[in-house]
Design a protein around this ligand. Structure first.
Ligand SMILES: NC(=O)C1=CN([C@@H]2O[C@H](COP(=O)(O)OP(=O)(O)OC[C@H]3O[C@@H](n4cnc5c(N)ncnc54)[C@H](OP(=O)(O)O)[C@@H]3O)[C@@H](O)[C@H]2O)C=CC1
Ligand SMILES: CC(=O)[C@@H](O)[C@H](O)COP(=O)(O)O
Ligand SMILES: [Mn+2]
Length: 398
């Protein structure tokens, strides 16, 4: 971005972990960015506080009751910020003519319609919401291309890969041999697999290196997060499944690597702080300060790497299987995982049964889609896979 016009930023999922980090970066650069619209789903008080601090032009809650409560809360504070309500409001804001950039930080497939709206409207689309791309696949990428949007990865690994590549995307295919996504291994990297059936949501959410929302924290513990990231990388960088590899790197300092055709290895490093990829998404191709602490290489005990084992992390290996399946298979995987993780967080499913529900849903729910399905068909499949997974969750308990 150049000149004096501020970038109007829509923060979808402003009440969450990525949303909060985004607001932190925006507040460091009031000359460059405006938090123009903020959205949440149910956390009324958090969005009210964000509105008080950032004074957006518009706010929205996808949950209608929460929208009403937010409007009352803002009025009581003397703030005249219109509050939109319902899921369509997120699409309307993401594609609004006054919006320049959209931070997609909703969790789950629920974020897909707003991402597609932003893509079709040609926005700077900063994608944290990996599930939207896992569900949307080629349809999502077509919307980006046809809308002329600038798709910028926010997920730390994909931002790392992006930072290791030249700006000219047409050179990527020729230059990349393969990429290596790094994974922390989560809180159970060294735990005896025989004891995993008994872990609690609090233990699963205690990530060793990152403070994140509960859903992605559980995904990190199963390494389904890395499975989703393999699928995300396939679309973001146009790679074949066999060009994407995963290594456990417990320190989360090397955020990922590009192995070039000539075997030169490019890595991006830094302290684990999401404000770095967020700042890059906002400022690309320039750089702005992020608030992250400098990396102290001397203080590091060392950087280590391990191969992920299927016996401990079976969910990871479903990524390549799903990518080789018919169109929609990755949407089925994502839906089943969302249902299973929610059930685990509500203590309705054991940790080790998350994988069982995902694998059995993949085996039992056939996508039956065309090669480039409309978004509506993908959302219908998402619903069908959720019902299938939900029945399996209930069956696991009986
Ligand atoms: N946290 C991190 O460090 C990283 C996160 N990501 C990805 O970014 C995304 C956000 O993660 P994170 O910030 O951790 O998650 P959080 O759970 O902290 O926040 C999720 C946000 O999505 C909103 N939301 C939830 N359900 C819906 C819905 N049905 N419709 C609309 N909005 C909804 C929430 O609203 P409310 O709270 O008001 O109900 C909240 O604003 C995920 O896809 C995650 O995988 C990627 C890399 C790192
Ligand atoms: C910060 C980020 O990008 C997360 O996706 C993170 O990578 C999760 O850690 P894991 O490597 O344990 O999945
Ligand atoms: Mn990540």
């Amino acid at each position: 971005m150049g000149g004096d016009k501020k970038l109007n930023v829509v923060v979808l999922g402003a009440t969450g972990s990525i949303g909060g980090s985004t607001l932190d970066v925006l507040a460091r650069h009031p000359d460059r960015y405006r938090a123009w619209a903020l959205t949440g789903h149910t956390r009324v008080e958090e969005l009210a506080q964000a509105c008080l601090q950032h004074r957006p032009a518009l706010a929205a809650m996808s949950d209608e009751t929460s929208a009403r409560l937010l409007a009352e809360r803002l009025r009581a504070q003397g703030l005249e910020i219109p509050v939109l309500a319902g899921p369509q409001a997120l699409c309307d804001l993401a594609s609004h003519p006054q919006a320049d950039a959209v931070m997609a930080a909703v969790v789950g497939a629920a974020g897909l319609p707003a991402c597609i709206a932003a893509a079709r409207a040609g926005k700077r689309l900063m994608l944290a919401n990996k599930e939207a791309l896992v569900v949307g696949g080629a349809t999502f990428m077509q919307a980006v291309e046809q809308g002329g949007a600038l798709l910028l990865p926010i997920d730390s690994e994909h931002s790392a890969i992006f930072q290791c590549l030249p700006e000219d995307r047409t050179t990527w295919q020729d230059r990349i041999d393969h990429i290596v996504l790094t994974a922390s291994g989560g809180p159970f990297r060294q735990r005896d697999p025989e004891t995993l059936h008994a872990v609690t949501p609090a233990q699963a959410c205690a990530h060793p290196n990152w403070v994140m929302g509960r859903k992605i924290s559980v995904d990190s513990a199963t390494m389904m997060n890395k499975a989703l990231e393999v699928i995300e990388a396939r679309w973001l960088f146009g790679l074949a499944p066999e060009q994407i590899r995963v290594l456990i790197h417990p320190q989360s300092i090397v955020h990922s690597m590009v192995v070039c055709r000539d075997q030169s290895v490019l890595a991006q490093m830094g302290t684990p702080d999401m404000r770095v990829p967020i700042a890059y998404g906002l400022s690309f191709p320039q750089r702005v300060t992020s608030g992250a602490a400098p990396l102290d290489l001397l203080a590091l005990g060392g950087l280590t790497f391990e191969a992920p084992l299927a016996s401990r992390f079976p969910g990871l290996f479903l990524a390549w299987e799903a990518l080789r399946g018919p169109t929609g298979t990755t949407a089925v995987l994502n839906a089943a995982n969302e249902v299973a993780v929610q059930a685990f967080l509500e203590e309705r499913l054991r940790f080790t049964d998350i994988h069982r529900v995902v694998a059995d849903t993949l085996a039992g729910c056939q996508p039956g889609l065309s090669a480039l399905p409309p978004v509506e068909d993908l959302l219908e499949l998402d619903l069908r896979a959720r019902r299938h997974a939900q029945a399996l969750v209930v069956a696991q308990r009986t």
